[in-house]
Design a protein around this ligand. Sequence first.
Ligand code: COA
Length: 416
Amino acid sequence: MSKPLEGVKIIDFTHVQAGPACTQLLAWFGADVIKVERPGSGDVTRNQLRDIPEADALYFTMLNSNKRSLTLDTKTQDGKEVLEKLIQESDVLVENFAPGALDRMGFTWERINELNPKMIVASVKGFSDGHHYDDLKVYENVAQCAGGAASTTGFWDGPPTVSAAALGDSNTGMHLAIGILTALIGRDKTGKGQKVAVSMQDSVINLCRVKLRDQQRLDRVGYLEEYPQYPHGEFTDVVPRGGNAGGGGQPGWVLKCKGWETDPNAYIYFTVQGHAWEPICRAIGKPEWIDDPAYMTAQARQPHIFDIFNTIEAWLADKTKFEAVDILRKFDIPCAPVLSMKEIANDESLRASGTIVEVDHKARGKYLTVGSPIKFSDMKPEITGSPLLGEHTEEVLKDLGYSFDQIANLREAKVV
Ligand code: COA
């Protein structure tokens, strides 16, 4: 089956997570993604947190599937020539080096544009161009702190907290992928390439949109009624950390189920959806609350919402998280078990949908990875193993017109 991005050639000058997550997604959808790596070492994640001494680390394999690997020292004259040829033949160059690194290498936007005016150059940086921190190197948690996520995550009596979800890295990569696809559609209309830039801080802020909503509400009225601080606690002039409170208009909390004393994940998330109050009361065996003025409306419930959660927890005490959800789903109550990564890895539905996939790797054998979260009616992305360092060097150079002897010389000089 042909894939929509077949024929799009991408120079993948990315490393670590943010950039590789973007190019991996484009590779799944058919783009020819050539990962350019330094000879001898390659992407630093090949060696980070290895679980098998001689094989690429999962950190690398899970972010670089469906790609080809070309080793190339782009700081040598011969290496620069190879890169120039690649630029002339490609559609997109994606990079997430530290600020200024590509320019120092001699590949400014102007130079790339001169070599190939149709080229789209896509970059991830920690902060956007012109920002007062735009010289900083940035990793995931730095971005979560600079993007408002850390100050609003966690509990009010604890410090700012980062999320395990890669809001700074993979999330930024997804934003960049949208930017690249938009620029490709734009190029079809104008014939011209362009620069696409996404900062990690901006991408985190984009996901923290509702917290900026809350800041403005707080500025105006002085309280936020869906936060646990309301009405008994205190508000300052900044959005507080709300623990596990629901972020929208539906109160919710993480509630204990049977076995919580020994199983750290024996919990469900329970949402008190306003119009589902009646089914909630029926489900938890409190029909008398349905017409009780102290419980009937969301406003009436809010002052004692934690007493309500305590009552639901008492109902949950003899039910596992799965049994509880099986009961509550019949009442149309938005809820889910808190799943461990082990449960996710073994989840049959996730395997069947292709969200969790097992792939083969030449050096490490089978491993699990996350497949495409985007599902199409006419395409099923097939996830293949990540490339070994320099696995496709010869093949890529041959396609660029290099002879066997020239390739041998480049190898000898450690350019590839
Ligand atoms: N051949 C020759 N040199 C190469 C090369 C190649 N194939 N690939 C990379 N390099 C060089 C770069 O040109 C750079 O050289 P310079 O500093 O002399 O100009 C050098 O390798 C190191 O690159 P850098 O990006 O500075 O790596 P780092 O390990 O010091 O920093 C980050 C890592 C992630 C902090 C930094 O790249 C960064 O802030 N990137 C932007 C934000 C980002 O994506 N963060 C990571 C999210 S997962």
